[in-house]
Design a protein around this ligand. Structure first.
Ligand SMILES: C[S@@+](CC[C@H](N)C(=O)[O-])C[C@H]1O[C@@H](n2cnc3c(N)ncnc32)[C@H](O)[C@@H]1O
Length: 330
């Protein structure tokens, strides 16, 4: 039997609340834009390019862990589960795990809805026997499982299968620890809605020498800089603002106090940015904070998973302990 991918979208990108969120961030004393706004179709492609860079160790390191320990992971994670890929991007990581995890159905969730739709169409051609559903949604405030997704599982007879929530790439690092805990609790609840045995398979970036981090977030080719500046073009499209990306420098720095890499955009000149109903003055050198990427210790992250309700936990790392993959049973 072959399946066509289903697509469900709970995002309405022109919603007033998106504009309100952008405006409120831009008008904060230290201007900020959420990293979720990196991802329009170009942002998703730029991120895929970042994962190919020599300096960007997380993707390669995590892939090595999955390649080396895949069979062991499959001993813990149930077969025939509903595999829910949070922030699926180009879906490559989940697709590599299909042969070992042997899921009953695949649900790819991403805010970059158009990119996800295109990706799933290609993926469904390669895996015609695996039912796939794309969910275009923003889970940063609430990981709500839409009723239509439940109906889709029901139509497959898969509503009572165990659920594996897959959250690779250390995207959890974009959240402050309290927000990360809230999201993990919601992931726990989502797993518990399926049969026993489900859980979370998550990749997390670990504390390491600052020079390695600095290079990974400020590469020689300037791809990360382009990715960072693209948030301004995406903001222009969503808010109607008049950012000129040429007037902003990419800045990446390690904040040791919070154990996180921060990305900022720094204004090259004194300037005004306008949008319908608002504007902001920026001095030369003033910054917009665009991303945090927290670096965890294995014990710190295990404590967070337990606080979110997951137990027992198993983890795998690379030789240098640069990256960790956890299986956390719900
Ligand atoms: C760092 S990329 C990781 C992509 C892929 N999972 C990987 O590990 O290579 C983050 C992904 O999460 C998606 N994303 C970011 N914020 C999101 C949000 N609030 N809701 C849904 N998806 C989000 C982005 O569109 C992007 O595809």
């Amino acid at each position: 039997m072959s399946f066509l991918p289903t697509f469900i979208q709970t995002l309405a990108i022109d919603q007033a609340d998106v504009a309100a969120e952008l405006q409120s961030g831009l008008l904060s004393p230290v201007a900020r834009l959420s990293p979720k706004f990196f991802y329009d179709p170009l942002g998703s492609q730029l991120f895929t390019a970042i994962t190919q860079l020599a300096e960007y160790y997380p993707t390669r390191t995590e892939a090595r862990i999955f390649a080396r320990h895949g069979m062991d992971i499959a001993q813990h994670a149930p077969a025939q589960a509903v595999l829910i890929d949070l922030g699926a991007g180009c879906c490559t990581k989940a697709a590599r795990l299909f042969p070992t995890l042997r899921p009953r159905a695949y649900v790819a969730v991403d805010i970059s809805a158009d990119f996800l739709r295109d990706t799933l169409q290609g993926l469904a051609r390669q895996h015609p026997a695996l039912p796939m559903c794309g969910l275009g949604m923003d889970f940063s405030n609430d990981l709500v499982w839409p009723a239509s997704a439940q109906d889709w599982l029901q139509s497959l007879g898969a509503q009572n299968q165990p659920r594996i929530v897959f959250y690779p790439g250390s995207s959890i690092g974009n959240f402050q620890p309290d927000q990360a805990l809230a999201l993990l609790r919601q992931a726990h609840a989502l797993c518990r809605q399926g049969a026993d045995g489900g859980g979370l398979l998550i990749g997390v970036d670990l504390v390491k020498p600052e020079s390695v981090l600095q290079a990974a977030y400020d590469d020689a080719l300037g791809v990360t800089a382009a990715f960072n500046r693209n948030i301004l073009l995406h903001t222009n499209a969503l808010l109607g603002s008049d950012f000129n990306p040429r007037l902003w420098d990419h800045v990446a720095c390690f904040n040791g106090l919070h154990s996180r890499i921060e990305m900022h955009l720094q204004s090259r000149i004194r300037q005004q940015v306008r949008w319908p109903g608002g504007r902001r003055h920026f001095e030369a050198g003033e910054r917009i904070h665009t991303e945090n990427s927290y670096k965890w210790t294995l014990t710190g992250f295990a404590d967070l998973l337990r606080l979110a309700g997951f137990d027992p936990l198993v983890h795998w790392t690379d030789e240098a302990d640069w990256f960790g993959v956890f299986w956390a049973r719900a």
